[in-house]
Every structure is written in structure tokens, then in C-alpha cells.
Design a protein around this ligand. Structure first.
Ligand SMILES: O=C(C[C@@H]1CCCCN1)Cn1cnc2cc(Cl)c(F)cc2c1=O
Ligand SMILES: [Mg+2]
Length: 564
């Protein structure tokens, strides 16, 4: 490609609201342009990278015999009413009506669409296992799109769906697609972690997220050197406190006027915060749930949501607490908690004795409370937020935290969708069974940002060679120099047969050419300068500060060693 003909509208400055480095570099390099909030045009540089990523995806999906399809973005609401998701997904689901006033949506994901099509077809176990996929634009009307392509409203996703006759086949598909995804991430040069993740509204059983460690990542990953890795939403940890059991003492009601925090209460009662049990009131859909946890721990609301199987869960506001219990928030507790529909106790209180709880009276606490005597808990759950340094439940190693960008997520769905669409098949005994599904996704456009977040330099981008928009960037320094023009054109012709070459033959100053080259980020940069007449040129790797002189005769070997 001759750069004078290429289209990469670079910017000197970037808008202040571009916070993520990847967003800044993609704007400065003319990779993308925002059309409206969370909606971007992919200009040629970004499109070249997207194409290379997509082709790597296609190769890996072909290796597991998954045929590619392409589904509509515009979908009838009826399809989503059948699965019940039309109502449950709220404002993120983009709803519209067509000219005949028929309610419709722009697809945020395609479980329903694939299931409906397949439901007609898979009438016999002989037709399974089957995995299908697409690479397609999705729409989710995010309230706060941010960080460029990292959280857009319109984005490109690979979404795959597997159909099986039994759990064993699903397990194989889950492993195969997961491995295909891992191969994709490895091949595009992304460092990733496969972690235990929350399936959220998808229900089903296992779910694995693929995370790209990066400072700008929205997720927190808890991991250990031994291989434990989980989204903080799901991470488990071993309770570090040695609990000593004491003889139960007489319960005591204590007036604690103006004491508002656990720390202040611990001081006032002259006990450590591990002898205080926090009582937090939640509204879970229409239920009032009282959650108990030891004073030194935090509640993990994702774990809580999954235990209660709630759609919507939030901490009752102070006003709600007073209105629903007649007590100020600091005073509620588990003894005679008649206002609660449910009491959920975290494991950390199971072995406590003589502890402090709210007295269910404003400004009063109860001291020396004991389980079984003063109140009863029918089941203990893990609802605590894991903390850095606590030991993981498997290798018993200290948990470390890092930020990550979720770039993939795979789910075992079971029959959640196939039941709604009567996608049944006859098993080998001729018995009718519902098809068992899995769904799998990679954020393709998000990968652009994630790869940049892991491969930027202070000057620009150093693309991994497999996804770089161009593999070789030829830069001729003086356009009116016959020797340089000859060498550059010969190289352009000969290298173009084997590599994607960008030839900068513009009448621009060196500084402009190099600044633009830093934004293109090709793995091999060849500079044709004043020594061209002696058969000497310079080569430079985007990650390195300086270039190196190379004989023209050795250039092919150098490029082979760099990009192969
Ligand atoms: O998309 C998935 C599950 C998997 C991920 C991999 C590819 C196939 N789908 C989860 N999810 C996330 N956000 C959503 C947003 C809206 Cl507005 C919606 F209506 C539905 C969903 C939704 O279902
Ligand atoms: Mg996810």
C-alpha cells in the first residue's frame, strides 16, 4: 500500500475524555472515529487488524469443525418474549418498532436466534454434538459507554452456540471451544487468564471468563502462583481468623448512642471487630433479606444474588430500613428479626461465641450473643468478599489481585433456552429430550483495545506481528533522491509478494513520517536513507528506541527472523 494513498487521519491532540491509552492511540493514529456515544467507525488501520483477528478466529473454529453463520441484527421482540428476556434485560436491550409498529430489538446476543433455527433441525441424537458460530455486530444500549472500544454500545463479537444430546458431549464442547479461544488469544499475542466467573443472568452451571490483565481493566481477578484464578465476584478464600470458643455468657443490652460504625462500636464495646456481627438488610426483588457477616469482612453481592437467585438486589437505604423495621440502620440485628423474610449468615460467624449484634432497637446493641441460644441460622453460606493475602481454597496460597479486561466468556447453559423453544430430540432409546446448550463469546472489537493496552510504548503501538495492520513499513527519507527511490521501489515490489507492506513515499519531513510510523506500529520498519547508494538501509522494531544499519542483502533474513 502506498501511504500517500492510504487513509489514516492522525490527530496531534486527543479529546480530554479519551482516558484509556488504547482509546487515545486509536484516535491519534486514525484507527477509529466516534460517530456517537459508544459507536465507532473502524477506519482502514483498525479494519486491517479486525480482519486479521477474525481470520485467526475462523482458523481456530474450523479446527473444531464449527461452521460459521451470520444472523440478523434486527430481531422480532416475539423471539425474546418467548425466552422471557424481552422484559428482564431492561434499558440495555435496544428496542424499536418497524413501520408496521411491530416491536423489535437490535440483537445484544443470539441464544434465542440460534436455538430457534436449530430447534427445527436437531430431532435426533445422531445430529449432535454440533457447534455453530458467527462474527457479528451486537448492540447493547450501555448507560455509560467509555474507554473507546472497551465498552461500546455497538461492538463486534464472536458468539458460538453448542448443541448436545447429553452433559458429556457438552463438557467436550466446552473444553474444545475454550481451547480454541485460548489458541486465538495466544495467536493474537494477548496475555490472558482463564478464570472462574459468575454466569449472571445466564444461569446454567460453569462459566469461565477470559481476562486480559491490564491497568484499565474494569474487573478484579484474584489469583495465586499455584494457578487459582477467579473473578473477585466469585473468588473464594480461607478464613484467616483463629476462632477461640468461649463459655456462653449472659446476654447484655448495651446503650450505644451515636455509635455509627463497626470501628467505633468495637472501641466502645472494647472488643475486636471480629467479635461484632454486622447485620445488613437487603431488598432482593420483593423480599427483605437480613445478611449477617463478621465485622472484619465485606459482603460479596454477586455471591449473595446467586444464593438468593434474585433478579435485582440492593442494600436497603437508611430510609427503607427505618420504614420497614422502625429501627435506625445501626440497630438492626438477627435476634427476633421478625421483619426479615430470610436470614443469610456468612460462614465467618458460624463458630463465633459471645459476640455483639444490633438489638433491633435504635442505639442499642446486644453483647454476649450466642448462636442456637439467642437466634438460629438454618444454613451458613459463603457470602464474603475475598481479600488480597487470604489463602485460596485449593492451593492454600495467598491471593493476589490484578485488574483485567474481560475479552471472552463461555457458559454451560443446559436446557435454559431449548426448553422455551421446544428444541427436543429423540435419544438413542427413542425418548424425547431437550437439547443441551452452551454459549461462548469473544469481544472481537474489544480485543483491539486489549492488545494495545498490553503492547503500547511511549511513542505508539507495537502490534504483535500476527495482527499488525502492516508487517513491513518502508520509509523513504528523501523522495527526490534517485538512489533511495530505486532501492525503495525494488524493496516495495519484492517484499509485497510475501508481506503486507506500507510504503511511505509521501513528501513529508522525517519527524512526521516517524511519528506516523509509531502509530501504525508495524513489527518491521525499514528506513531507506542516505546510505541507500551503498546498499545500506536501517531497520527498527517499534519497541526499540533506535534503528540498526543492515546491508540490503541481509534484509530478507532480518525480516524472516522478525516475522517469519
Ligand atoms: O451475552 C451473554 C451470554 C453469552 C456471551 C457469549 C456469547 C453468547 N452470549 C450475556 N449477556 C450479556 N449482556 C446482555 C445484554 C443485553 Cl441488553 C441482553 F439482552 C442480553 C445480554 C446477555 O445475555
Ligand atoms: Mg461476561
Amino acid at each position: 500500500m502506498r501511504q500517500s494513498k492510504f487513509f489514516m487521519p492522525t490527530l496531534k491532540e486527543v479529546p480530554a475524555d479519551a482516558e484509556a491509552v488504547s482509546h487515545q492511540l486509536m484516535l491519534r493514529g486514525g484507527y477509529v472515529r466516534q460517530v456517537t456515544a459508544g459507536v465507532y467507525s473502524y477506519l482502514p488501520l483498525a479494519n486491517l487488524v479486525l480482519t486479521k483477528i477474525s481470520n485467526i478466529v475462523r482458523e481456530e473454529m474450523a479446527k473444531i469443525d464449527a461452521p460459521e453463520m451470520l444472523m440478523p441484527i434486527f430481531l422480532p421482540a416475539s423471539l425474546w418474549q418467548e425466552s422471557g428476556r424481552y422484559e428482564s434485560y431492561g434499558p440495555n436491550l435496544f428496542k424499536l418498532v418497524d413501520r408496521h409498529e411491530r416491536p423489535s430489538i437490535l440483537g445484544p446476543t443470539h441464544e434465542e436466534t440460534f436455538t430457534e433455527i436449530v430447534a427445527e433441525e436437531l430431532r435426533s441424537y445422531k445430529k449432535m454434538p454440533l457447534t455453530l458460530y458467527q462474527i457479528q455486530t451486537k448492540f447493547r444500549d450501555e448507560n455509560r459507554p467509555r474507554f473507546g472500544l472497551l465498552r461500546g454500545r455497538e461492538f463486534i463479537m464472536l458468539d458460538a452456540y453448542s448443541f448436545a444430546a447429553n452433559e458429556e458431549q457438552l463438557d467436550v464442547q466446552y473444553q474444545e471451544v475454550g481451547q480454541a479461544f485460548q489458541n486465538v488469544f495466544d495467536r493474537v499475542g494477548l496475555k490472558t487468564m482463564a478464570i472462574i466467573a459468575d454466569a449472571g443472568a445466564m444461569g446454567g452451571s460453569d462459566s469461565t471468563e477470559y481476562q486480559a490483565p491490564a491497568a484499565v481493566g474494569e474487573d478484579t481477578i484474584a489469583y495465586t502462583a499455584g494457578g487459582y484464578a477467579a473473578n473477585i465476584e466469585m473468588a473464594k478464600s480461607i478464613d484467616s481468623l483463629e476462632v477461640t470458643t468461649e463459655e456462653p455468657k449472659e446476654i447484655e443490652k448495651v446503650h450505644t448512642p451515636g455509635i455509627k460504625t463497626i470501628t467505633a462500636l468495637a472501641e466502645f464495646m472494647a472488643v475486636p471487630n471480629t467479635k461484632i456481627v454486622k447485620s445488613v438488610l437487603y431488598r432482593a426483588d420483593d423480599k427483605l433479606v437480613l445478611v449477617l457477616i463478621r465485622g472484619d469482612k465485606q459482603i460479596n453481592e454477586v455471591k449473595l444474588t446467586n444464593i438468593i437467585d434474585a433478579n435485582e438486589l440492593h442494600v436497603a437505604t437508611d430510609a427503607e430500613v427505618v420504614e420497614l423495621t422502625g429501627i435506625m440502620p445501626g440497630g438492626i440485628g438477627p435476634v427476633n428479626a421478625t421483619f426479615a423474610d430470610m436470614v443469610i449468615a456468612d460462614e465467618t460467624i458460624e463458630h463465633l461465641t459471645n459476640f455483639v449484634v444490633g438489638a433491633n432497637e435504635t442505639d442499642y446493641q446486644l453483647a454476649n450473643v450466642n448462636l442456637g441460644r439467642d437466634f438460629f441460622v438454618d444454613q451458613f453460606y459463603d457470602v464474603k468478599l475475598a481479600e488480597e493475602g487470604e489463602l485460596d481454597p485449593i492451593g492454600h496460597e495467598p491471593l493476589k489481585f490484578t485488574r483485567g479486561i474481560e475479552i471472552g466468556h463461555i457458559f454451560k447453559l443446559g436446557t435454559r433456552y431449548t426448553k422455551d423453544f421446544h428444541a427436543n430430540f429423540l435419544d438413542e432409546n427413542g425418548k424425547e429430550q431437550p437439547v443441551i446448550m452452551g454459549s461462548y463469546g469473544i469481544g472481537i472489537s474489544r480485543l483491539l483495545s486489549a492488545i494495545i493496552e498490553q503492547n503500547y510504548t511511549e511513542r505508539g503501538i507495537a502490534w504483535p506481528k500476527t495482527v499488525a495492520p502492516f508487517e513491513v513499513h518502508l520509509i523513504q527519507m528523501k523522495m527526490n533522491d534517485a538512489d533511495q527511490t530505486k532501492v525503495a521501489n525494488d524493496l516495495y515490489q519484492s517484499l509485497s509478494d510475501k508481506y503486507d507492506v506500507l510504503y511511505d513515499e509521501r513528501n513529508e519531513r522525517a519527524g512526521v513520517k516517524f511519528a506516523d510510523a509509531d502509530l501504525v506500529g508495524a513489527p518491521v520498519r525499514v528506513i531507506i536513507g542516505k546510505k541507500a547508494s551503498e546498499g545500506i538501509i536501517e531497520v527498527k522494531h517499534p519497541g526499540e528506541q533506535d534503528s540498526t544499519e543492515v546491508k540490503l542483502t541481509e534484509l530478507e533474513n532480518y525480516i524472516n527472523s522478525e516475522i517469519g
